[in-house]
Design a binder for this molecule. Structure first.
Ligand code: ADP
Ligand code: GLC
Length: 481
């Protein structure tokens, strides 16, 4: 099949979260199955400056109408491997900036124009390359209007650009909501600027567009597919999702896989030693290296808890702060890596300063330290209030680090609780509230004190198959159905 994926991020070219990991690995997995795959992303400054795209060639000039302005852009093309090509949409005015979506404090003012430009450029690219794609898969709000823009372009010019459109929601929290006046930039018929169209509480929503107009809607785990049809996780769009979920039109939940070329403790280039379920000595080397890097040269007999995550309330950093005092009194260590909301960064740094022998906090995005943390810790914390899929709990399990995860979304689909599965379990689960989290930490301390039992659970965790090869068939089925 000829498949085009449109997204805002793709690992290893540009990444702020799991979306990038998924687009990167899924497109490789599809190409490995013999499909002809194109990924198209914005040519952000960080992408254009990356040595990885040095070989990208200018292949197309394009013109895009935004309201009554006509704007020029260009496409740069990079062959990644047989069957997989990267296309970059370049326009300096929009993408040559320090960040992707805004400064830490607020979003860029012109994200409406930036991403409408990007989406129209995708349609232009598809037209200029002759159309006839089997699948256009669009990811998250930055590409939510694409199914609609694509069908609109087909209607005006005739011909088929893509036989089927798929819209994949990676997170309902981020919706791409803009003032109604932004609608003019789409050049779509004014009748769509209404409740039956993309209007949303007197604004317009890109995400709603994707949910309404794609031929198929998917999300990244089966449990999240159910949850987002309820007010607690639908963030105002549960009604639209319920409508879409009638009969054969069900919103499908396909659990993410992990990229085993990047995430494999037996071959990970970012680790000081390698290990596998049948030979764990390398994990002890990683643990010592991690403790040393945190400024703790002496051995630690208690468990090492760690978290690697964007620092937001949705990820449960409020709960994390709530358990710090409890952990500081125990024989254990807590390692926190992440960046995000300033209030969490500051509060966590203050906790580390108050308990320097117990708690270490590193603010920032650090790929190498993240790998060492997954490898060197004993338990991985994931106290999310909502979690579409989550990748880090899967990385942790494969690296023999047991997740303590809240019972929501994709975490339910990827962690087996030892409370119900015994040694066939792979982690500990709790309700995302303080008391239950503390109870789970207590159970983790107890589990760790029984080394034989801990080792048995660790084996169950490490011997799972989370690879994309094991899930890519579900996308093929969806594309063909
Ligand atoms: P989300 O996309 O909601 O942030 P996921 O679990 O799907 O959550 O993916 C997060 C990705 O970002 C993982 O690859 C994780 O390792 C990475 N990540 C998050 N914070 C950091 C950080 N501070 N340094 C390095 N990698 C990080
Ligand atoms: C989003 C979600 C996360 C998911 C990722 C990739 O960022 O927050 O749960 O794993 O997308 O689908």
């Amino acid at each position: 099949m000829r498949i085009i994926h449109a997204a805002s991020e793709m690992y290893p070219y540009i990444k702020t979260g799991g979306l990038a990991d998924v687009v990167g690995a899924l497109s490789h997995a599809l190409a490995a199955r013999g499909h002809e795959v194109t990924v198209i992303i914005p040519g952000y400054r960080a992408v254009m400056e990356s040595p990885l795209v040095k070989e990208a060639r200018r292949t197309q000039e394009l013109k895009v109408r935004l309201g009554n302005r006509e704007l020029a852009g260009e496409i740069r093309t990079l062959a990644i491997r047989p069957g997989l090509t990267l296309q970059l949409v370049v326009r300096e005015e929009f993408f040559d900036r320090r960040q992707l979506y805004g400064t830490g404090a607020r979003d860029y003012d012109d994200n409406d124009a930036r991403f409408i430009f990007f989406q129209k450029a995708v349609v232009e690219f598809m037209r200029a390359t002759g159309g006839g794609y089997d699948i256009l898969q669009a990811h998250d709000w930055q590409t939510g209007l694409l199914p609609l823009l694509l069908r609109n372009a087909e209607q005006r010019a005739g011909g088929t650009l893509a036989a089927r459109t798929v819209f994949t929601v990676h997170n309902m929290i981020y919706q791409g909501v803009f003032p109604r006046s932004s609608f003019a930039l789409t050049n779509l018929h004014e009748s769509l600027n209404a409740m039956e169209g993309i209007e949303y509480f007197d604004q317009i929503s890109f995400l709603k567009g994707g949910l309404m107009y794609a031929d198929r809607v998917t999300t990244v785990s089966p449990t999240y597919a159910q949850e987002i049809q309820t007010p607690a996780h639908g963030y105002g769009l549960e009604g639209v999702l319920q409508l879409r979920s009638r009969g054969a039109d069900a919103v499908r939940g396909i659990r993410n896989g992990i990229d085993t070329a990047v995430w494999n403790p037996a071959a990970d280039k970012l680790l000081p030693a390698h290990f596998a379920a049948e030979k764990l000595s390398g994990k002890a080397v990683c643990r010592t290296a991690l403790l040393q890097q945190m400024g703790w040269p002496e051995p630690c007999t208690g468990p090492v808890f760690a978290i690697v995550s964007r620092m937001t309330t949705a990820k449960g950093h409020d709960l994390l702060l709530g358990v710090v005092d409890y952990l500081a009194k125990k024989n254990c260590r807590l390692i926190v890596l992440g960046s995000g909301e300033v209030k969490y960064e500051e509060a966590l740094l203050a906790q580390a300063a108050a308990h320097p022998d117990r708690i270490a906090v590193r603010i920032g995005v650090d790929e190498a330290l993240s790998h060492l943390t997954f490898a060197g810790a004993d338990f991985f914390l994931m106290p999310s209030h909502t979690e579409p899929c989550g990748l880090t709990q899967m990385y942790a399990q494969i690296y023999g680090t047991l997740p303590l995860a809240s019972r929501v979304g994709g975490l339910i689909d990827t962690v087996r609780d030892i409370a119900t599965h015994g040694e066939k379990g792979t982690g500990l689960m709790f309700r995302p509230e303080l008391n239950d989290f503390v109870k789970a930490l207590g159970s983790a301390l107890k589990l760790y004190s029984n080394q034989a039992r801990y080792a048995a659970v660790q084996q169950s965790a490490m011997r799972q198959d989370f690879s994309w090869e094991s899930v890519v068939g579900q996308y093929e089925q969806l594309y063909n159905a």
